[in-house]
Write a protein of this length. Sequence first.
Length: 266
Amino acid sequence: MRVLSLPLDLSKNLLRLMGGLGYLLLDTAKATRLALFSKRGRRMGWANLWAQMDRVGVQSIPIVSLVLFCIGAILALQMAPTLDSFGLVSTVPDIIAVAVYRELGPLVSAVVLTGFAGASIAAEVGTMVVSEELEALEAQAISPIRFLVVPRVLATTVMMICIAVLGDLMGMFGGLLVSQAVLGVGYRQYLQHTFDMLQIKDFVTGLIKAGVFGALISSLACYLGMSVTGGASGVGAATTRTVVLSIVSLIIVDLMFTTTFYFLGW
Protein backbone atom coordinates (compact mmCIF):
# COMPACT_ATOMS: atom_id res chain seq x y z
CA MET A 1 0.00 0.00 0.00
CA ARG A 2 2.87 2.39 0.77
CA VAL A 3 4.24 1.83 -2.73
CA LEU A 4 0.85 2.62 -4.26
CA SER A 5 0.29 5.68 -2.09
CA LEU A 6 3.71 7.19 -2.81
CA PRO A 7 2.85 8.54 -6.30
CA LEU A 8 -0.40 9.96 -4.91
CA ASP A 9 1.42 11.71 -2.07
CA LEU A 10 4.01 13.10 -4.47
CA SER A 11 1.28 14.39 -6.78
CA LYS A 12 -0.57 16.04 -3.89
CA ASN A 13 2.61 17.70 -2.63
CA LEU A 14 3.50 18.89 -6.14
CA LEU A 15 0.04 20.35 -6.72
CA ARG A 16 0.12 22.02 -3.30
CA LEU A 17 3.53 23.55 -4.08
CA MET A 18 2.49 24.74 -7.52
CA GLY A 19 -0.76 26.19 -6.22
CA GLY A 20 0.87 28.00 -3.32
CA LEU A 21 3.68 29.31 -5.51
CA GLY A 22 1.17 30.46 -8.12
CA TYR A 23 -0.86 32.41 -5.55
CA LEU A 24 2.33 33.96 -4.18
CA LEU A 25 3.39 35.08 -7.66
CA LEU A 26 -0.04 36.60 -8.32
CA ASP A 27 0.03 38.49 -5.01
CA THR A 28 3.60 39.60 -5.73
CA ALA A 29 2.68 40.87 -9.20
CA LYS A 30 -0.28 42.80 -7.76
CA ALA A 31 1.81 44.27 -4.93
CA THR A 32 4.59 45.20 -7.37
CA ARG A 33 2.15 47.03 -9.64
CA LEU A 34 0.69 48.95 -6.72
CA ALA A 35 4.11 49.75 -5.28
CA LEU A 36 5.48 51.06 -8.57
CA PHE A 37 2.48 52.80 -10.15
CA SER A 38 -0.21 53.43 -7.55
CA LYS A 39 -0.68 57.07 -6.51
CA ARG A 40 -2.28 55.99 -3.26
CA GLY A 41 -1.01 53.75 -0.50
CA ARG A 42 2.53 52.72 0.33
CA ARG A 43 5.12 52.95 -2.41
CA MET A 44 8.17 50.81 -3.08
CA GLY A 45 10.81 50.73 -0.35
CA TRP A 46 13.72 51.62 -2.62
CA ALA A 47 16.36 51.38 0.12
CA ASN A 48 15.28 47.80 0.82
CA LEU A 49 15.33 47.00 -2.91
CA TRP A 50 18.87 48.37 -3.35
CA ALA A 51 20.04 46.41 -0.32
CA GLN A 52 18.61 43.18 -1.76
CA MET A 53 20.17 43.85 -5.15
CA ASP A 54 23.54 44.32 -3.49
CA ARG A 55 23.22 41.16 -1.41
CA VAL A 56 21.79 38.96 -4.16
CA GLY A 57 23.63 40.30 -7.19
CA VAL A 58 26.72 42.36 -6.45
CA GLN A 59 28.10 40.02 -3.80
CA SER A 60 27.67 36.99 -6.08
CA ILE A 61 29.71 38.47 -8.94
CA PRO A 62 33.08 36.90 -7.92
CA ILE A 63 31.78 33.35 -7.59
CA VAL A 64 29.68 33.52 -10.78
CA SER A 65 32.62 34.97 -12.71
CA LEU A 66 34.96 32.25 -11.48
CA VAL A 67 32.54 29.42 -12.28
CA LEU A 68 31.70 30.64 -15.80
CA PHE A 69 35.37 31.38 -16.56
CA CYS A 70 36.25 27.80 -15.65
CA ILE A 71 33.37 26.42 -17.70
CA GLY A 72 34.51 28.34 -20.77
CA ALA A 73 38.03 26.99 -20.32
CA ILE A 74 36.74 23.45 -19.79
CA LEU A 75 34.61 23.57 -22.93
CA ALA A 76 37.60 24.63 -25.01
CA LEU A 77 39.81 21.86 -23.65
CA GLN A 78 37.13 19.17 -23.94
CA MET A 79 36.12 19.94 -27.51
CA ALA A 80 39.59 20.58 -28.94
CA PRO A 81 40.76 16.95 -29.37
CA THR A 82 37.61 15.84 -31.21
CA LEU A 83 37.46 18.92 -33.43
CA ASP A 84 41.19 18.75 -34.12
CA SER A 85 40.78 15.23 -35.54
CA PHE A 86 38.54 16.78 -38.21
CA GLY A 87 40.77 19.81 -38.68
CA LEU A 88 38.11 22.08 -37.15
CA VAL A 89 39.81 23.29 -33.99
CA SER A 90 39.23 26.85 -35.18
CA THR A 91 35.48 26.34 -34.66
CA VAL A 92 35.89 26.03 -30.88
CA PRO A 93 34.87 29.71 -30.40
CA ASP A 94 31.66 29.13 -32.38
CA ILE A 95 30.52 26.30 -30.12
CA ILE A 96 31.49 28.08 -26.92
CA ALA A 97 29.63 31.23 -27.97
CA VAL A 98 26.35 29.47 -28.69
CA ALA A 99 26.57 27.11 -25.71
CA VAL A 100 27.39 29.85 -23.21
CA TYR A 101 25.09 32.61 -24.43
CA ARG A 102 22.04 30.43 -25.04
CA GLU A 103 22.35 27.84 -22.30
CA LEU A 104 25.25 27.64 -19.88
CA GLY A 105 25.50 31.33 -19.01
CA PRO A 106 21.97 31.79 -17.62
CA LEU A 107 21.58 28.24 -16.30
CA VAL A 108 24.88 27.98 -14.42
CA SER A 109 24.49 31.52 -13.08
CA ALA A 110 21.03 30.59 -11.80
CA VAL A 111 22.32 27.42 -10.12
CA VAL A 112 25.09 29.38 -8.42
CA LEU A 113 22.61 32.06 -7.36
CA THR A 114 20.35 29.36 -5.91
CA GLY A 115 23.03 28.31 -3.46
CA PHE A 116 24.24 31.86 -2.87
CA ALA A 117 20.97 33.78 -2.53
CA GLY A 118 18.04 31.37 -2.64
CA ALA A 119 19.09 29.50 0.47
CA SER A 120 19.78 32.70 2.40
CA ILE A 121 16.38 34.17 1.44
CA ALA A 122 14.59 31.03 2.61
CA ALA A 123 16.56 30.95 5.87
CA GLU A 124 15.99 34.66 6.52
CA VAL A 125 12.25 34.57 5.86
CA GLY A 126 11.88 31.28 7.73
CA THR A 127 13.62 32.74 10.78
CA MET A 128 11.24 35.69 10.68
CA VAL A 129 8.30 33.26 10.62
CA VAL A 130 9.64 31.33 13.61
CA SER A 131 10.26 34.52 15.60
CA GLU A 132 6.73 35.74 14.71
CA GLU A 133 7.99 38.83 12.89
CA LEU A 134 5.48 38.30 10.08
CA GLU A 135 2.65 38.46 12.61
CA ALA A 136 4.15 41.68 13.94
CA LEU A 137 4.15 43.18 10.44
CA GLU A 138 0.53 42.21 9.91
CA ALA A 139 -0.41 43.67 13.31
CA GLN A 140 0.99 46.99 12.05
CA ALA A 141 -1.03 46.71 8.82
CA ILE A 142 2.14 46.05 6.78
CA SER A 143 1.78 43.41 4.09
CA PRO A 144 4.56 40.78 4.29
CA ILE A 145 4.25 40.34 0.52
CA ARG A 146 4.96 44.00 -0.17
CA PHE A 147 7.57 44.39 2.56
CA LEU A 148 9.48 41.09 2.19
CA VAL A 149 8.65 39.28 -1.05
CA VAL A 150 8.43 42.09 -3.61
CA PRO A 151 11.94 43.55 -3.01
CA ARG A 152 13.52 40.11 -3.07
CA VAL A 153 11.74 38.95 -6.23
CA LEU A 154 12.45 42.18 -8.09
CA ALA A 155 16.08 42.29 -6.96
CA THR A 156 16.75 38.66 -7.88
CA THR A 157 15.05 38.98 -11.28
CA VAL A 158 16.92 42.14 -12.28
CA MET A 159 20.29 41.02 -10.94
CA MET A 160 19.93 37.57 -12.47
CA ILE A 161 19.77 39.19 -15.90
CA CYS A 162 22.84 41.32 -15.15
CA ILE A 163 24.75 38.35 -13.75
CA ALA A 164 23.88 36.25 -16.81
CA VAL A 165 25.41 38.92 -19.06
CA LEU A 166 28.55 38.93 -16.93
CA GLY A 167 28.63 35.13 -16.92
CA ASP A 168 28.40 35.07 -20.73
CA LEU A 169 31.39 37.39 -21.00
CA MET A 170 33.45 35.43 -18.47
CA GLY A 171 32.68 32.12 -20.20
CA MET A 172 33.80 33.58 -23.51
CA PHE A 173 36.90 35.02 -21.85
CA GLY A 174 37.83 31.65 -20.31
CA GLY A 175 37.54 29.96 -23.70
CA LEU A 176 39.57 32.74 -25.31
CA LEU A 177 42.49 32.37 -22.89
CA VAL A 178 42.66 28.60 -23.27
CA SER A 179 42.26 28.79 -27.05
CA GLN A 180 45.13 31.24 -27.37
CA ALA A 181 47.43 29.61 -24.81
CA VAL A 182 46.81 25.93 -25.61
CA LEU A 183 45.00 25.51 -28.92
CA GLY A 184 46.87 28.08 -30.98
CA VAL A 185 43.75 30.09 -31.84
CA GLY A 186 44.63 33.80 -31.70
CA TYR A 187 42.38 36.22 -29.88
CA ARG A 188 41.52 38.09 -33.09
CA GLN A 189 40.44 34.88 -34.76
CA TYR A 190 38.54 33.83 -31.64
CA LEU A 191 36.61 37.10 -31.43
CA GLN A 192 35.93 37.09 -35.17
CA HIS A 193 34.44 33.58 -35.01
CA THR A 194 32.42 34.51 -31.93
CA PHE A 195 30.85 37.62 -33.43
CA ASP A 196 30.23 35.89 -36.76
CA MET A 197 28.44 33.03 -35.01
CA LEU A 198 26.33 34.91 -32.47
CA GLN A 199 23.00 36.43 -33.38
CA ILE A 200 20.73 38.77 -31.46
CA LYS A 201 18.32 35.93 -30.76
CA ASP A 202 21.07 33.96 -29.00
CA PHE A 203 21.59 36.83 -26.58
CA VAL A 204 17.87 37.59 -26.11
CA THR A 205 16.83 34.00 -25.43
CA GLY A 206 19.49 33.77 -22.74
CA LEU A 207 18.24 36.96 -21.09
CA ILE A 208 14.63 35.73 -21.17
CA LYS A 209 15.70 32.54 -19.42
CA ALA A 210 17.73 34.51 -16.88
CA GLY A 211 14.80 36.75 -15.93
CA VAL A 212 12.44 33.81 -15.44
CA PHE A 213 15.11 31.91 -13.49
CA GLY A 214 15.59 34.85 -11.14
CA ALA A 215 11.87 35.19 -10.45
CA LEU A 216 11.58 31.42 -9.93
CA ILE A 217 14.47 31.23 -7.46
CA SER A 218 13.33 34.13 -5.28
CA SER A 219 9.62 33.30 -5.29
CA LEU A 220 10.26 29.66 -4.43
CA ALA A 221 12.65 30.69 -1.63
CA CYS A 222 10.13 33.14 -0.21
CA TYR A 223 7.28 30.63 -0.42
CA LEU A 224 9.19 27.86 1.33
CA GLY A 225 10.52 30.32 3.91
CA MET A 226 7.03 31.58 4.71
CA SER A 227 5.81 27.98 5.01
CA VAL A 228 8.26 27.10 7.80
CA THR A 229 6.93 25.21 10.80
CA GLY A 230 8.68 23.49 13.69
CA GLY A 231 11.23 26.04 14.84
CA ALA A 232 14.92 25.96 13.94
CA SER A 233 14.74 22.49 12.39
CA GLY A 234 12.00 23.74 10.09
CA VAL A 235 14.24 26.57 8.91
CA GLY A 236 16.98 24.10 8.02
CA ALA A 237 14.53 21.85 6.20
CA ALA A 238 13.12 24.80 4.24
CA THR A 239 16.62 25.89 3.23
CA THR A 240 17.46 22.41 1.97
CA ARG A 241 14.18 22.12 0.08
CA THR A 242 14.75 25.52 -1.50
CA VAL A 243 18.10 24.52 -2.98
CA VAL A 244 16.91 21.12 -4.21
CA LEU A 245 13.57 22.25 -5.63
CA SER A 246 15.07 25.36 -7.20
CA ILE A 247 17.71 23.39 -9.11
CA VAL A 248 15.17 20.81 -10.28
CA SER A 249 12.73 23.56 -11.28
CA LEU A 250 15.45 25.43 -13.17
CA ILE A 251 16.29 22.36 -15.23
CA ILE A 252 12.64 21.67 -16.04
CA VAL A 253 11.88 25.29 -16.96
CA ASP A 254 15.06 25.43 -19.04
CA LEU A 255 13.92 22.35 -20.95
CA MET A 256 10.53 23.97 -21.56
CA PHE A 257 12.12 27.17 -22.86
CA THR A 258 14.62 25.30 -25.05
CA THR A 259 11.85 23.18 -26.58
CA THR A 260 9.72 26.26 -27.22
CA PHE A 261 12.59 28.17 -28.82
CA TYR A 262 13.45 25.15 -30.95
CA PHE A 263 9.97 24.89 -32.46
CA LEU A 264 9.77 28.67 -32.89
CA GLY A 265 13.04 28.61 -34.80
CA TRP A 266 14.83 30.79 -32.28
